[in-house]
Design a protein around this ligand. Structure first.
Ligand code: HMG
Ligand code: MG
Length: 285
């Protein structure tokens, strides 16, 4: 039987958050609606962060209200604090994500908190989500390199991942935020993390800044990871990580996984359509 590898689509959030042009809600809805036809189980479409920090995500509630929700698809949102959590619940996000870093420099730059402070902020979110049965994903950024602190120790990634997992995150997404990871570095990081969190509860989230994301995905497959985040059309970046280029493109990940003999469950024609749409959103002024 062909083995399934899931692509978690993050284009409407991680992809668009860094775009300079103010993208109208209707365009974000159109992209998400197209993606909803491609066969994803999870699509990250919203981010309830401070609009002063990330203006592009200001219309997140309107996006969640405007999309045509396809049966079987969970629409996800980032929540950095209780305010974001409450807004995400009010907007009927199907799942949420807290986001931490394995490096102090990026933690401070991205969410104005130390790693410890950020985890303290996530505690009430995780408790409240558990009470209403809302799934929470946990991101760990800078899993191999940080734009401020340099190389990240694999043990530090393992420590943060284990804490988020122990607190109730159902899956830990490991972010190579600035795409500097190599297959060797990713392998070393995953060996440390899988000693503490099962591979089935991990995802790879690799930015393609250096063109190595697909090789890093292959290295991760060897370590048992079976979920990968990607952004259609290669949209993306992080406004608080200088040098973070786009996420690895969904259609390229789909192609590589298919070539390797895995099944993604995605429709390549719809993906191509969504990639065209994503690229046109990026180039429009
Ligand atoms: P702060 O300035 O330390 O906190 O920001 P604050 O509590 O003083 O709030 C500042 C202002 O934001 C206040 O407004 C708050 O009300 C407001 P003011 O009084 O000045 O008018 N505020 C909010 N507004 C809307 N929604 C909220 C919210 N919270 C506060 N939830 C904070 C702290 C965490 C809010 C801020 O640093 C922030 O929003 N950071 C988000 C940065 C971000 O979104 N980065 C990109 C996503 S992470 C990423 O891309 C990486 C990832 O893809 C994985 C990878 O690639 O590695 C996930
Ligand atoms: Mg990212």
């Amino acid at each position: 039987m062909v083995e399934r590898v899931e692509i978690f689509e993050v284009g409407p959030r991680d992809g668009l958050q860094n775009e300079k042009r103010e993208i109208p809600v209707a365009e974000k809805v159109a992209l998400t609606d197209c993606l909803s036809r491609a066969g994803f189980s999870r699509i990250e479409v919203a981010s309830f962060v401070s609009p002063k920090w990330v203006p592009q995500m200001a219309g997140s509630a309107e996006v969640l209200a405007g999309i045509a929700r396809a049966p079987g698809v969970r629409y996800a949102a980032l929540t950095p604090n209780m305010r974001g959590y409450e807004d995400a619940v009010a907007a009927k996000a199907d799942e949420i994500a807290v986001f931490a870093s394995a490096s102090e420099g990026f933690s401070k730059a991205n969410i104005n908190a130390t790693i410890e402070e950020s985890i303290m902020r996530f505690l009430p979110i995780l408790e409240a989500a558990k009470e209403i049965g809302l799934p929470v994903r946990g991101y760990v950024s800078c899993v191999t390199d940080c734009p401020f602190d340099g190389v990240t120790a694999p043990q530090k990634v393992a420590e943060v991942a284990e804490r988020l997992f122990a607190l109730g995150c159902y899956e830990i997404s490991l972010g190579d935020t600035i795409g500097r990871g190599t297959p060797d570095a990713i392998t070393a990081m995953l060996k440390a993390v899988t000693a503490r969190v099962p591979a089935k509860n991990l995802a790879g989230h690799y930015h393609d800044t250096s063109g190595r994301a697909l090789d890093n995905i292959e290295a991760s497959l060897d370590q048992g990871v079976r979920v990968f985040d990607a952004a259609v059309g290669g949209l993306g970046g992080c406004p608080y990580a200088p040098g973070a280029a786009g996420n690895v493109a969904t259609e390229a990940v789909h192609r590589r996984l298919t070539d390797l003999g895995y099944d993604t469950g995605l429709d390549a024609d719809v993906l191509a359509e969504a990639a065209l749409l994503a690229r046109s959103m990026r180039s429009r002024q």
